[in-house]
Design a protein around this ligand. Structure first.
Ligand SMILES: [Zn+2]
Length: 480
């Protein structure tokens, strides 16, 4: 039994509400945990057990996991679909994967829709029918290109742009997903051996004119690689919740057992889980939401250039990639930032304010985070955008050489100045010495004078004392 209502996005629909009721009836009839059972809402993710009322509340407010079409955590038999829901390779690290994107991906591929018709498949017999777009989805591409012609690819800030950019991205995804090309056991694309990367690049060269663009193509493959691992985790690991050994035992189709073992080992590693949690929290702080979908900002920028005849400015590009068709941003922080940027632009255009595009961004968002430039999408570093440090150094050296003659001239001038200053200082010094010796003479004179004054004063006071004594004696005599 499939439960397609779990993919409904509108939780107010009667189908959804009825589905929740059916689920609760089913789950609590089979529960082995007293009055509790695992909650399959998007937040609890089948990790936490709750009472019927609480589960109902979560499913009606938060919503059920859209991937939970087989209730294997609640007693149903498990079976996997070999469907491929991942379509967007770009920018998924820009804002993190949202539940909405996830649902949309399911709708797009309608991977289970074909199954619901049933057409008499015997129950219990495991039929592995391939639905949706699997690794062969670029077949069209290879057929089209049999003539030996190759696709031209434009590049902007290290990202593929132009009409064939999507085909290149898809090709990278296809190649990376083929296990014989890149085993999944590497924790990071950077750790994939060069020989594998080289082979993959040669395959891309069969269809695309990307000579000398190894770095850019490998970067694209790196994105595809990590996206594929994320996809496997979401689809074939997370639904098991705490039953990680069960997850390990069920190797997804198209994945080697050894590789799967490595992946499950990584996902259950304590350090790795802590790191994921930190990354997730950091992502949720980034509340600026773009509306560019799976299209890279570079692709949008190139399209805009076609329309306008010149590259969009940084602020224009932000505007284009962060509004919906109604001209509004998705959420309040984005709208605020948008309005602030527009306001600054207007002031600059009127001549009221003098500010560069970069300064406007700093004004609105604060200083740039290390290693990226706001408004250009993930992976665009300040160095990529403004030239590498070595080229900057080269430029500086050149300017230094050019200024050398000027420096010599300036040095001569400065030396002359110093000499004249030295002369002045010497003059002042001798003047001060003269003054000091004069002062010494004068102070000696002053001391002499003071001594004279003092002796004069003591003799006077002695005289006056004698005089006053005589006067009093005379008075006494007169009274007698
Ligand atoms: Zn819940």
């Amino acid at each position: 039994m499939e439960h397609n209502w779990v993919k409904l996005r509108n939780r107010a629909l009667p189908e959804y509400r009825q589905g929740v009721k059916d689920f609760l009836d089913f789950a609590f009839e089979h529960t082995t945990m007293g009055n509790k059972n695992f909650c399959p809402c998007k937040r609890c993710n089948n990790y936490f057990a709750k009472t019927r009322d609480d589960v109902e509340g979560d499913l009606l407010t938060i919503g059920i996991l859209p991937s939970y079409t087989r209730w294997f955590r609640h007693g149903e038999e498990r079976r996997f679909e070999t469907c491929d829901t991942l379509d967007s390779d770009d920018e998924s690290d820009e804002d993190g994967e949202s539940d909405e994107d996830y649902c949309a991906a399911f709708k797009e591929t309608s991977c289970v829709a074909g199954d619901s018709s049933g057409n008499g498949t015997p129950k219990g017999k495991k039929k592995r029918k391939k639905r949706g777009r699997g690794p062969t989805r670029n077949l069209k591409l290879s057929k089209e290109l049999k003539g030996g012609e190759k696709y031209e690819i434009g590049w902007l800030n290290g990202r593929p742009v132009g009409p064939h950019a999507r085909a290149l991205i898809n090709e990278c995804t296809k190649l990376v997903r083929e296990q014989q090309n890149v085993p999944l056991k590497f924790t990071d694309w950077k750790k994939v051996p060069d020989i594998n990367k080289r082979k993959l690049f040669d395959k891309v060269l069969e269809y695309f004119k990307v000579e000398g663009q190894e770095k850019e193509v490998w970067r694209q493959m790196g994105n595809s690689y990590s996206n594929y691992r994320d996809f496997l985790k979401t689809k074939f690991f997370k639904p098991y919740g705490e039953a990680t050994e069960e997850a390990r035992a069920n190797v997804p189709p198209g994945v080697e057992r050894d590789d799967w073992n490595c992946l499950v080992g990584l996902w259950t590693n304590k350090d790795y889980m802590d790191m994921c949690l930190i990354n997730k929290n950091n992502r949720s702080k980034n509340d600026i939401v773009h509306t560019s979908g799976s299209k890279s900002f570079q692709q949008r920028s190139a399209e805009e250039k076609e329309k306008m005849g010149h590259d969009p400015t940084r602020v224009q590009l932000f505007d284009i990639t962060h509004v919906q068709s109604n001209g509004q941003a998705v959420n309040e922080p984005t709208q605020d930032a948008l309005m602030a940027l527009r306001d600054l632009t207007a002031q600059v255009n009127e001549g009221v304010l003098q500010m560069s595009q970069d300064q406007m961004f700093t004004e609105v968002f604060g200083p740039e985070r290390h290693g990226r430039v706001r408004g250009y999408g993930a992976g665009i570093t300040p160095t990529k955008l403004r030239g590498s440090s070595s080229s900057i150094m080269h430029d500086l050296e050149k300017r230094l050489q050019e200024s050398e003659p000027k420096r010599v001239e300036a040095d001569a001038e400065a030396n002359a100045k110093v000499e004249s200053l030295k002369g002045e200082v010497d003059q002042l010094k001798s003047m001060l010495e003269q003054q000091a010796s004069q002062m010494a003479v004068q102070s000696r004179r002053f001391e002499d004078m003071m001594a004279q004054v003092m002796s004069c004063m003591t003799s006077r006071s002695a005289q006056s004392n004698r005089a006053s004594r005589e006067i009093t004696q005379n008075r006494r005599k007169k009274r007698k």
